[in-house]
Design a protein around this ligand. Structure first.
Ligand SMILES: Cc1cc2nc3c(=O)[nH]c(=O)nc-3n(C[C@H](O)[C@H](O)[C@H](O)COP(=O)(O)OP(=O)(O)OC[C@H]3O[C@@H](n4cnc5c(N)ncnc54)[C@H](O)[C@@H]3O)c2cc1C
Length: 339
């Protein structure tokens, strides 16, 4: 791990493989993971599409973790149909954009220093062709993050408002109308990461421990042939995902940005993680309901389960829902006509 970090400092950034290695090790050890928005999303993007000035300004601070980023893609009426986005970035003729509109579901925007946004730079162009990719300082007057609570009680998201926010045109990444290509490249990085192989591997390890400590009719649940078969099936699915992930990383090492195959990793990875927690709920049985209603009933060592079960409902939605990933695979990998 230290070798990877040292190499990153020498090169000025983490390679995709090194980063995946760091993330997997952190997940496996149960350490807090790093916020992905800078390191795994906008960082690799700037390396590919950024100007020299942008690379110099942003990459070292992303690597050092000194600036926190958030992602401004989704809008109230532009989720799966992202290209319908309405946030406007108008040229004021003085070297700036004036930005007006709203993003939503912006994870941890209230803690972020910067947001990377998709904004409409040419309203007269066709949907995908009039979009720019713009970096905005969250302290810009007119930019406001309003956190909202989830049912789990955590303020993980914000609505982010832009009211006459003046942003230098130097913060545009790539061409004025070229944001869609950049947006898709970023989603490739995001979806590879959502595969979360390390997190699922660690969860499976914890499941086996939990099953060995849980008694049913005086016997450890780990001796139950039905449960053993389910655990084995999860293990096999996870190993095959791991191999597919390595294939994608090997391709990245050859200089290829993650393409539509990242959608396969996203679907399988998010489903496996959900299934791991479904199995965990099955193992703790009715204690899982007590977690919601009767504090103190479930031992502290098991309290993570119901909470993680609930949170992982989101994995098949964020980063583009799994239904949309299936459409991507049908169109771009299988070559099926759109209906
Ligand atoms: C935990 C979490 C964190 C998030 N963080 C961020 C963030 O930081 N930044 C950000 O920009 N966004 C974020 N999002 C938003 C996320 O990207 C969107 O929720 C997602 O793209 C789906 O959009 P939507 O919620 O508008 O659903 P909709 O687009 O309204 O979709 C609703 C349902 O219809 C289905 N559907 C829609 N269109 C089709 C179609 N053509 N074919 C088949 N099925 C379809 C979808 O699969 C879904 O089941 C986050 C979401 C979650 C849950």
């Amino acid at each position: 791990m230290q070798g990877i970090i040292a190499e990153a400092h020498e090169r000025g950034f983490l390679t995709a493989n090194a980063l995946a290695g760091v993330m997997e090790e952190l997940e496996l050890s149960g350490a807090p993971t790093l916020s992905p928005f800078g390191l795994s999303m906008v960082g690799p993007l700037l390396m590919q599409f950024g100007s020299d000035a942008q690379k110099k300004r942003f990459l070292p601070k992303i690597l050092a973790g000194e600036e926190v980023w958030c992602q401004g893609y989704s809008e109230p009426n532009a989720g799966s149909d992202l290209a319908s986005l309405k946030l406007r970035a108008e040229d004021d003729g003085k070297g700036n954009f004036v930005m007006n509109g709203q993003k939503t579901w912006t994870t941890y925007a209230q803690y972020a220093d910067w947001i990377f946004c998709l904004a409409r730079t040419d309203p007269s162009a066709k949907k995908q062709e009039g979009i720019g990719f713009i970096l905005v300082d969250m302290k810009t007057p007119g930019v406001t993050a309003k956190p909202f609570l989830t049912t789990g009680g955590t303020p993980a998201f914000s609505e982010t408002f832009f009211e006459n926010a003046v942003v230098p045109k130097d913060n545009l990444v790539g061409p004025l109308r070229g944001g869609w290509t950049i947006a898709k490249a970023l989603l490739g990085h995001e979806r590879t990461l959502i595969a979360a192989v390390g997190q699922s591997a660690r969860t499976l390890r914890r499941l086996k421990r939990l099953a060995s400590q849980t008694l049913s009719n005086g016997k450890s649940l780990l001796e139950d042939p039905g449960l053993r078969a389910k655990l084995a099936r999860m293990e096999v699915k996870l190993r095959s995902l791991e191999m597919a992930n390595y294939r994608a990383l090997a391709s990245a090492q050859l200089g290829n940005a993650p393409g539509p195959e990242a959608s396969i990793l996203k679907i399988r990875g998010s489903e496996i993680l959900q299934q791991c927690f479904e199995l965990a709920m099955e193992i703790i049985g009715h204690d899982s309901l007590a977690w919601f209603n009767e504090p103190g009933v479930v031992p502290a060592s098991e309290q993570w389960i119901a909470s993680a079960f609930n949170y992982t409902r989101a994995t098949t939605i964020y980063g583009g829902s799994n239904e949309i990933q299936k459409n991507v695979i049908a169109k771009l990998i299988l070559g099926l006509p759109s209906r």
